[in-house]
Design a protein around this ligand. Structure first.
Ligand code: NZQ
Ligand code: ZN
Length: 392
């Protein structure tokens, strides 16, 4: 068992119509001039943005708006947001949307609170000394960015997708109304469920020490998301299933399911980030497409965890050697991905990298992790390339 720090300062306000409390929450955390940051327009079409601005108007809170955060959000818009905040003397950021709008807001927050180029943080050149306070109204259960310390930004030049984490960017509050996620296309719901499971699985497939309580939370979370993802595939308006998945998304990535472990594996995410950067695929789908190849490459080096996953999460009843049980668990998760419409290889994801592109992704991935990374098994550039090849 490893020592750990657990820090989750985000005030969560969960349930129907909770977005109506946004003005009180902004005031509670000292916001007087807000930037409302959102994505490609789903919040305009759903009427949510109008409801939010009406509430702020009634409370006498002034704001400016900036939409356009795309999935795999771009650095260019972050620069635009920083400039707007400085010009308008914004002191609070309100992200209305999913991980992309939240992450973009976090990057804007770093840019306003620190001198110099904000990309330096994502390029591991220096560390941020602060961030503007951020509040969130969440519209998709997926990344957990509403409580997490991380943000992931893509630099258009060279298509470099990088994450930066610091406690400064943990949102002050997160408004989570499961009803707001009911307008999601099925594909995005499934991508979100995959990402949620993967945030706990990255922390689960480790070597070197675990906690019983953390494993119990992790396995319970994974079974819950698996069950409710299947319900939502048939019945997307099911409130209870939406709520289960939404809360799971937050606790899957706020650190809770990693307490006592060695920090996690994270290689499926790192391998996916290169796909997201280069081909602009949805993050959850990219994870599903790469996971099986990663798992088959590493499972023998982390056999007790893969066996436990097969039995306690995928509930496989196979009798046989540990390796056979572990492989049955991997196959069962891939079956689950197919059932919710997720890809299990790059072909199904709809991308066909050339051998040169595979090598480029492996190279960028290795650079991004500082050479090698992993806990289930430590992977270097050669191993990364082998996994990309196997996922074709
Ligand atoms: O942009 P709009 O028009 O809002 O549409 C979005 C987008 O097309 C749509 N959507 C969201 N809520 C909706 C909705 N459509 C209808 N009704 C709603 N209620 O769904 C699409 C995906 O939205 P996005 O915000 O991109 O999704 P997600 O939350 O999955 O975020 C993905 C980004 O977060 C990063 C990913 O790499 C990716 O860039 N991640 C961030 C993490 C973090 N900060 O902790 C951790 C993750 O591992 C991940 O890397
Ligand atoms: Zn993720």
């Amino acid at each position: 068992m490893f020592d750990f720090k657990y820090f989750t300062p985000t005030k969560v306000v969960f349930g129907r119509n909770t977005e109506s409390r946004v003005a009180d929450l902004v005031k509670e955390f000292g916001g007087t001039k807000i930037l409302i940051h959102y994505g490609g327009g789903s919040v305009v079409r759903s009427g949510l943005l109008k409801r939010v601005t009406d509430t702020l108007d009634s409370a006498g809170i002034s704001y400016v708006t900036l939409g356009g955060a795309v999935p795999n959000p771009h650095l260019g818009l972050v620069y635009e947001g920083i400039e707007l905040c400085r010009k308008e003397k914004v002191d609070f950021l309100l992200a209305v949307g999913g991980g992309s709008a939240i992450d973009s807001a976090k990057a804007i927050g770093y840019g306003v609170a620190n001198e110099g180029d904000v990309w330096d943080f994502y390029d591991y050149k220096r560390k941020a000394a602060g961030c503007l306070p951020i509040g969130v109204i969440l519209t998709i259960a997926a990344t957990g960015s509403e409580m997490s310390d991380s943000s992931v930004i893509t630099k258009e030049e060279g298509l470099v997708k990088r994450g930066y984490s610091s406690d400064y960017a943990r949102p002050k509050f997160a408004i989570m109304n499961p009803e707001l996620t009911m307008t999601l296309p099925d594909y995005q719901t499934a991508c979100g469920c995959t990402d949620i499971m993967m945030h706990t699985m990255e922390r689960y497939f480790t070597n070197g020490g675990n906690m019983e309580i953390t494993d119990a939370l992790a396995e319970g979370l994974l079974r819950t998301v698996k069950k409710n993802a299947l319900i939502l595939h048939e019945d997307p308006k099911n409130y209870d299933a939406r709520a289960e998945v939404m809360w799971a998304g937050s606790i899957s990535h706020n650190g809770l399911t990693g307490c006592g472990n060695d920090g996690g594996d994270w290689m499926t995410h790192k391998l996916e980030h290169e796909l997201g950067g280069l081909y602009d695929v949805a993050h959850g789908a990219g994870l599903a497409a790469i996971w099986g190849s990663w798992a088959r490459y590493v499972y023998k080096d982390c056999l007790p965890r893969f066996k436990r996953f097969a039995q306690n999460v995928m509930e496989v009843e196979k009798v046989g050697s540990d390796e056979e049980i572990a492989l049955a668990g991997i196959e069962a998760l891939e079956d689950f991905f197919r059932r919710i419409g997720m890809p299990t290889n790059l072909r199904e994801l709809g991308v066909k990298p050339t051998e040169d592109e595979l090598a480029l992704m492996a190279k960028k991935c290795a650079i991004g992790v500082g050479g090698e990374k992993g806990s289930a098994k430590v992977l270097n550039e050669e191993a990364m390339l082998a996994i990309y090849r196997a996922s074709m």
